[in-house]
Design a protein around this ligand. Sequence first.
Ligand SMILES: [Zn+2]
Length: 243
Amino acid sequence: MLPASVAIVGLGGLGCPASLALARLGVRALTLVDPDVVDVTNLHRQPWHHPADVGRPKVESAAEKLRRQFPDLRVEARQARVTAGSVEALFRAHDVVLDATDGVGTKFLLSDAGVITGTPVVYAGVLRFEGLAMRLEPRGPCLRCLFETPPTDVPTCAEAGVLGAMAGLVGGLQATLATRPNAQPGLGLLHVVDGRDLSFRVVKVRRRGDCVACGEGAKAVLRDEDDPSCRVPPSTSPARSAP
Ligand SMILES: [Zn+2]
């Protein structure tokens, strides 16, 4: 099912390939959201950004290339950080939101906003040779069903490294998941890619009845959490999952 409009939060290693894949799939409108400017260290894994774009806002750099390549695509560029105060309006204006960020706090904020607004979110993360992607339906399971609480001791991307090819692979997978609603209510599929042996695993994740965001009688709350830049959850061992 092709969504008409998709918001992509983060125009780095995941958001660049995901936006290209969505445009190729035929999505009519993309909104790009990212507060950062292009850094020279981004160039090897963020294909929309070229050496001449260093110092430009990432959303402008990406939007320019997308408009050039896909003249019929409507692209809106917002150089902004998604916050608890702004996230709800963004979600209500789009059919699906892609979490292409690298900050743990923002990832949980996006997941909670999906529950509150009834908007599907496609979560993704890459660390070293491992990539994760999962579509989060509004009625769960959500990211808090998967990780329970935001990790606090994860290494930074600078410490851990991010393999550009893995980011391209996972960004493409993320775009595909934007078009594929989960078939079974309360059951999510966590896609795990190991770049060392190119193995793919799919882990079934069930909605937790006691989840503070999507559980029975729960009421998700939007709040800005600690979000040190360039961090992603490192674990591939979901808090609650079924094999
Ligand atoms: Zn949940």
